[in-house]
Design a binder for this molecule. Structure first.
Ligand SMILES: *Cc1c(COP(=O)(O)O)cnc(C)c1O
Ligand code: SF4
Length: 336
């Protein structure tokens, strides 16, 4: 058999979301200038060199002009505190960061397999374990999934596949379609879940192509987005959420409890309410993974518990996220 010749590369025009992706801000000075904060805040070249700044312009537009304590800015700006060495904060906080950064399957919990679809993210969150594995910034080739798919096929206890990363929606819809076409041929897969921050930080990603793909999938679908503060929502995010719901997805939010971002009960309550208004229910509130460079975001367990109790006392149960910590080797996230 003569192998088919590879198609010549078509100089196709990038889609709008891809243009916005490429146009993300990468220069801390430009970011501060845009916010009217140029020269007022110390910049950390060391932190930026270790894990570069990356933030889409639409997300920056939701930051408060002139506010150096803005909770969205704090999530993305490289700062000197990241260089501090703090005991207990290491490179592999949850025991599998190295595995998660590769292209593969992580099977830690019963019935669920997490598929690391790509290492790319549209935004670089300073508190993330990814800060130590930022190398996988090119899009994964479809061929890389072969082993992952084989592992899922070989284990018929796996009923749910979780697309994760990085951010799985950073892949083109054509690549996502190829992936789910392969998953369709595995009879024991009954549910699909997608963990993504893109509908929050770059809501334009939820375009017609994407919703057509989602609506055509044969499984019940859960999309877990990631917003840490109510200000991350705006009308463009509301529209993206409405489109995801119309495509058949149940929407949940996971947040990380972050010092200086959402470590008070009013902020957490407003996050739940704002998400709910957009059609998203809270799922997890994570205690920070103890990764080197993120110690200044940590909230103690005692404080986390008292915040959570205050939230429970104030909100309907469905607007209270589960407060959890991920611990290497455990059968689930551990409730605090
Ligand atoms: C968090 C996580 C899951 C999902 O856990 P749920 O409690 O079902 O949300 C699955 N696999 C891995 C490796 C995880 O870290
Ligand atoms: S989008 Fe998610 S995976 Fe990517 S840097 Fe932020 S928290 Fe980490």
């Amino acid at each position: 058999m003569i192998p088919a010749a590879p198609l010549p590369m078509q100089p196709t025009r990038p889609l709008r979301w891809q243009q916005l992706w490429r146009d993300a801000i990468r220069d801390p000075r430009e970011l501060l200038d845009l916010l009217g904060l140029g020269g007022t805040m110390p910049l950390s070249d060391a932190a930026a060199a270790q894990f570069p700044l990356r933030v889409p312009r639409g997300f920056v537009a939701r930051m408060r002009h002139g506010d150096r304590h803005d909770p969205l800015l704090r999530q993305v700006l490289p700062v000197d505190e990241e260089s501090r060495v703090v005991p207990g904060f290491g490179l592999d906080a949850v025991g599998d960061a190295a595995a998660r950064a590769g292209h593969g399957v992580i099977h830690k919990y019963n019935g669920r397999a997490l598929l690391v679809a790509t290492g790319s993210c549209a935004v670089h969150c300073r508190y993330c374990f990814r800060r130590h594995f930022p190398y996988a910034d090119e899009t994964a080739a479809a061929g890389d999934w072969h082993e992952a798919l084989q592992a899922i096929r070989a284990d018929d206890s796996l009923h749910e596949v979780i697309l994760s990363g990085g951010d799985p929606l950073s892949l083109s819809t054509a690549k996502l379609t190829a992936l789910t076409d392969a998953l369709r041929t595995i009879p024991h897969v009954r549910r699909l879940r997608i963990h993504t921050r893109l509908p929050i930080v770059l809501p334009e990603r939820v375009d017609d192509e994407l919703t057509d793909w989602l609506a055509g999938l044969p499984w019940p679908l859960v999309v877990v987005v990631h917003a840490n503060h109510a200000n991350e929502f705006d009308p463009s995010v509301d529209a993206a959420m409405a489109r995801l719901r119309a495509a058949g997805a149940i929407l949940l939010n996971q947040a990380v409890l972050l010092r200086g971002v959402n470590d008070d009960v009013d902020t957490l309550a407003t996050l739940s309410e704002r998400g709910h208004a957009a059609g998203v229910l809270p799922y997890y509130l994570h205690q920070l993974d103890r990764v080197a460079g993120a110690a200044h975001f940590e909230v103690s367990d005692d404080e986390a518990l008292s915040l959570h109790a205050a939230l429970r006392a104030r909100m309907p149960g469905y607007l209270v996220p589960k407060l959890v910590r991920e611990i290497a080797g455990e059968a689930s996230k551990r409730p605090l």
